[in-house]
Structures are given as structure tokens and as C-alpha cells.
Design a protein around this ligand. Structure first.
Ligand SMILES: Cc1cc2nc3c(=O)[nH]c(=O)nc-3n(C[C@H](O)[C@H](O)[C@H](O)COP(=O)(O)OP(=O)(O)OC[C@H]3O[C@@H](n4cnc5c(N)ncnc54)[C@H](O)[C@@H]3O)c2cc1C
Length: 449
């Protein structure tokens, strides 16, 4: 079928011959280099409905693109339609009522900066350039997760354009099953054009990076302290090769270190007490943890950074001494230019939400663990992929559990299944059958009807 774009489409139409094409087709993953037939950049929900119809009627594959961070490269497509939501940047803040309606094309950093001017915040992840679209639909685990829950726990409503072009207001009472599904079910059910979030007072905040030597005692100690700390503390403990960045002391670059990213949503005096045992684990190599505005957790980023890496993700209930030993052994033996094991202690507000309240259901997991390894060539990619999969198998305990936002394989139904308990998956299939039976929205961690 031919690609027909009606005059009713008011957004930008970008084709291969246009000067903006190369920049706009790019995503963050450095090994994704797809050439869509057209990039459609709608300006509002009715325009999104036209774009959805264009894709549906053309029969070409459709990719929905927001911040472009999909590790699987799902927001790019060869010879298909990219529906790029980045022009949807409206933001209505109700500072008194502590809610905000945000265009789905905003990034976490853009939103956080704007609401931060009112001393308010909604939690997203650890990276400002990640799009609201992708992270909210996946779930959202970041620096406020233990105190205020996941992003989806602060989602009050959304505007969704379905496969047949309907524009729906979706919340607990209007299309409740769809509202349940978009809170963790990814981009399977439609294009979200706006999200309504709850805002929290995060006037006082302490954050930054604490770098310590990567010894078994430090890693185990950091995990224990961060897990049992008050829920004001959300920590991301990276055991990794120190990057060759100018702010890293030269003598540690390329060496294994613990790089703990810390966020404390409370008064500085309290934070000092909670963080003291972490600082006492060893003489810090670097310590940039300080009182700051929450929005400073998202510093400016290099937009040209397009890493080539493989990644794995899992939820586990323990990271004990033998797991720490395995992590250090694996990371020491690897020849990857950068390799990381990231441990995120969970619990707190995230764990208090019932596991069937949202499509994200792994509420009881104690830790999220992410693995990443950079690679240097296509052959090296295969080697690193094998390495990282067997590393995951070594650490994963019990039933496999994954976070759909970090599943980096483009087509791995087993890991999609691991993202949901069986009953949750079946319920997602039923919602898919109702709202997208033809699987128009299939470039994602897909749940076929
Ligand atoms: C460097 C980095 C750091 C990260 N840190 C965190 C973190 O701390 N916490 C966390 O929870 N996650 C984190 N993630 C994972 C991230 O949340 C997911 O990869 C997310 O999908 C990226 O969203 P995006 O909009 O930037 O990406 P995109 O690639 O634009 O979108 C990803 C997918 O989301 C869907 N989608 C996006 N927008 C819409 C929309 N408006 N309507 C319907 N579907 C849509 C599409 O299926 C699309 O393929 C991180 C990822 C990276 C690369």
C-alpha cells in the first residue's frame, strides 16, 4: 500500500531527502541505524490520530519515538513510519493541587526542571534525556522510588490515541483496564499524548555521587546500608570500570570502582547521618554528594553520545557475598572497554502498592540488577552478548523477573514474559485484544493479542 499523508496532518513530515532526516531518525543506541520511509511529528492528539491512521492504512511498520533511549532500538524502523512525539511538550502545572499534565514528548529533565521551580517533583529515572513516554509506560524507577514509588504510582490519568484513532481519557474510572495496562505494559496499547502526574514537595534534597574502592566489603556494606536506610534514600550502586571522564581522577580511570549515585529526599542534617556509614566504608575516591535542588540530579548531557553496548536486567531478592564475589570476578575478567553491574535497592513506597494494581507487578523484589558491557565490533557484540547472558543466569535466582524498560533485546519473548507474572501477562493480552487486536503497536517489548 502507498504512503498517503492527508492535508489534515498539521505536524512536520520528514522524508529521506529532507535535511532534518538524519538527525531526527537517530536514536541513542549507537548500533541502531534505521532509515524510515517517513518521520511524522504531530503537534497534538488529533494530529497523532492522523499519523496513526497513516501508518495503519499504509501497512508499513510503525515505530513510536519519544526520548529515543530504547536499548532494543524499538523507536527506529527501516522503511516504515516513525511517529515522533517530541513536539508534544505542553506542561500545565497545578502547584496548589500538586498535579501536572505533561505532553508525552517532554524529557524527564525538561519536566523536572519546570516543576522544580515550584519546589515540586515526580520521580522518573537516573537520566534526564529519557523521554516521559518510554519511562512512564515501562514503570519508572529512579531517585525517588523508595520515598514516593515508581513513576506509574504517581500517574493519575493519561490521554491515549488508540490503533483505530480514538482519543481516550484514561484513568481509574474511564477505561480502567487500559489505565492499568499502560502502567508498566510499555507502548503496546496506543500512543500516549499527555500524562497527568502527582507532584511531591521535594524542596530539601541531597544528592550526588560517592566513589569508593571496589572491594567485597565495600560492595556488600553499601548494599546493606542502602537497603536498610530510611526510604528517603534511593541509591544506585554501580560496580564498574571508572569512565575516562575528565572529572574522574586519572589514576582510577579504567579501574573497577563503586560509583554510588545517591538521592536523599529530606533535610541535609538527616541525610548526613544516613550517609555517614556509607562514607565510612572506605576512604572515598570522590564525594560530590551535597544539598541541591532535585532537578540537579539531571545535569546537561552530551547529545552526541551514542554508546554501543549490550545489557541485561533482572530483579533478585538477595545480592549476597557469593553474588558479590561473582560480580567482581566477572567484571575483572572481562575485556569490555566499560562494564557495569548496577544494583538498585528497592522497597519502601514501591513495595507498598499491590502487585495487581498496575501492569508492573514485581513489587516485592528487593533489588533491581542491571548489567552492561560495551563492545567494539560486530563479532565482539556476539561475544559480549553471550557473556552478559551467562552473567545474568549466574545472578538470577528463582523465577526470572525483568523490568521491561531495560530489556535490551529487540525480540526476546522469554524476557517479555519474565517482565510479568503469568496472570498479569494474560490480563495484558486481554487488554491488547480489546485496544490493538491487529498489533499495530508491535515495535516494543511486544505482547501480541
Ligand atoms: C541511559 C539510560 C538510563 C536509563 N535509566 C532508567 C532509570 O533510571 N529508570 C528507569 O525506570 N528506566 C531507565 N531507563 C530505561 C528507559 O526508561 C526506557 O528505555 C524507556 O523506554 C526509554 O524511553 P524513551 O522515551 O527515552 O525511549 P524511546 O526509545 O523513544 O521509547 C521507547 C519505547 O517506548 C514506547 N513509547 C515511547 N513514547 C511513547 C508514547 N508517547 N506512546 C506510546 N508508546 C511510547 C515505544 O514503544 C518506544 O519504542 C534508562 C535507559 C537508558 C538508555
Amino acid at each position: 500500500m502507498a504512503l498517503f499523508i492527508p492535508d489534515t496532518f498539521r505536524g512536520e513530515v520528514v522524508r529521506p531527502e529532507d535535511s532534518a532526516y538524519d538527525e531526527l531518525r537517530q536514536v541513542v543506541a549507537g548500533d541502531v541505524d534505521k532509515r524510515p520511509a517517513v518521520i511524522l511529528r504531530p503537534v497534538d492528539a488529533p494530529d497523532v490520530a492522523v499519523a496513526v491512521a497513516v501508518a495503519r492504512d499504509s501497512g508499513l511498520p510503525l515505530a513510536v519515538r519519544c526520548g529515543g533511549h530504547s536499548g532494543a532500538g524499538h523507536s527506529a524502523v527501516d522503511d516504515g513510519v516513525v511517529l515522533d512525539v517530541r513536539k508534544l511538550k505542553t506542561l500545565e502545572i497545578d502547584a496548589e493541587g500538586k498535579t501536572a499534565w505533561a505532553g508525552a514528548g517532554l524529557t524527564a529533565g525538561e519536566y523536572t526542571k519546570a516543576v522544580g521551580e515550584h519546589g515540586l517533583a515526580t520521580g522518573f529515572g537516573d537520566t534526564g534525556s529519557v523521554g516521559l513516554g518510554g519511562i512512564t509506560l515501562a514503570g519508572g524507577v529512579g531517585f525517588l522510588v523508595r520515598k514516593y514509588g515508581m513513576t506509574i504510582d504517581n500517574l493519575l490519568a493519561a490521554e491515549v490515541v488508540t490503533a483505530d484513532g480514538e482519543i481516550l481519557h484514561v484513568d481509574e474510572t474511564s477505561h480502567p483496564e487500559l489505565f492499568w495496562a499502560i502502567r508498566g505494559g510499555g507502548g503496546n496499547f496506543g500512543v500516549v499524548t499527555k500524562f497527568q502526574y502527582r507532584l511531591h514537595d521535594v524542596g530539601e534534597f541531597v544528592g550526588g555521587m560517592l566513589m569508593l574502592p571496589a572491594t567485597p566489603e565495600v560492595i556488600t556494606g553499601a548494599i546493606e546500608i542502602a537497603s536498610s536506610a530510611p526510604e528517603e534514600l534511593s541509591a544506585i550502586i554501580n560496580v564498574m570500570t571508572a569512565p575516562p571522564a575528565p572529572f574522574i581522577p586519572e589514576e582510577v580511570r579504567g579501574k573497577l570502582v563503586v560509583m554510588a549515585l545517591l538521592g536523599y529526599a529530606g533535610p541535609p542534617a538527616e541525610a548526613e547521618k544516613v550517609l555517614a556509614p556509607l562514607r565510612a566504608l572506605a576512604t572515598p575516591i570522590m564525594d560530590s554528594v551535597r544539598p541541591m535542588a532535585y532537578a540537579e540530579m539531571f545535569p546537561p548531557e552530551d547529545a552526541s553520545y551514542r554508546p554501543t553496548a549490550v545489557g541485561e536486567n533482572m530483579f533478585v531478592d538477595t545480592v549476597d557475598g557469593s553474588a558479590v564475589e561473582a560480580i567482581l570476578k566477572r567484571l575483572t575478567e572481562s575485556d569490555a572497554p566499560m562494564r557495569v553491574t548496577q544494583i538498585r535497592p528497592l522497597g519502601g513506597a514501591m513495595a507498598r502498592v499491590a502487585s495487581d494494581a498496575t501492569a508492573f507487578a514485581h513489587r516485592d523484589a528487593a533489588y533491581m540488577v542491571n548489567l552492561a558491557a560495551f563492545y567494539t565490533s560486530p563479532a565482539d557484540r556476539i561475544a559480549k552478548h553471550e557473556w552478559i547472558t551467562s552473567f545474568r543466569d549466574q545472578l538470577e535466582t528463582g523465577m526470572p523477573r525483568a523490568y521491561v524498560g531495560f530489556v535490551a533485546d529487540a525480540d526476546n519473548p522469554e524476557r517479555v514474559r519474565a517482565a510479568y507474572p503469568a496472570a498479569t501477562y494474560d490480563r495484558l493480552v486481554a487488554v491488547k485484544q480489546q485496544y490493538d487486536p491487529a498489533n499495530l503497536f508491535r515495535l516494543n517489548q511486544n505482547i501480541p493479542a
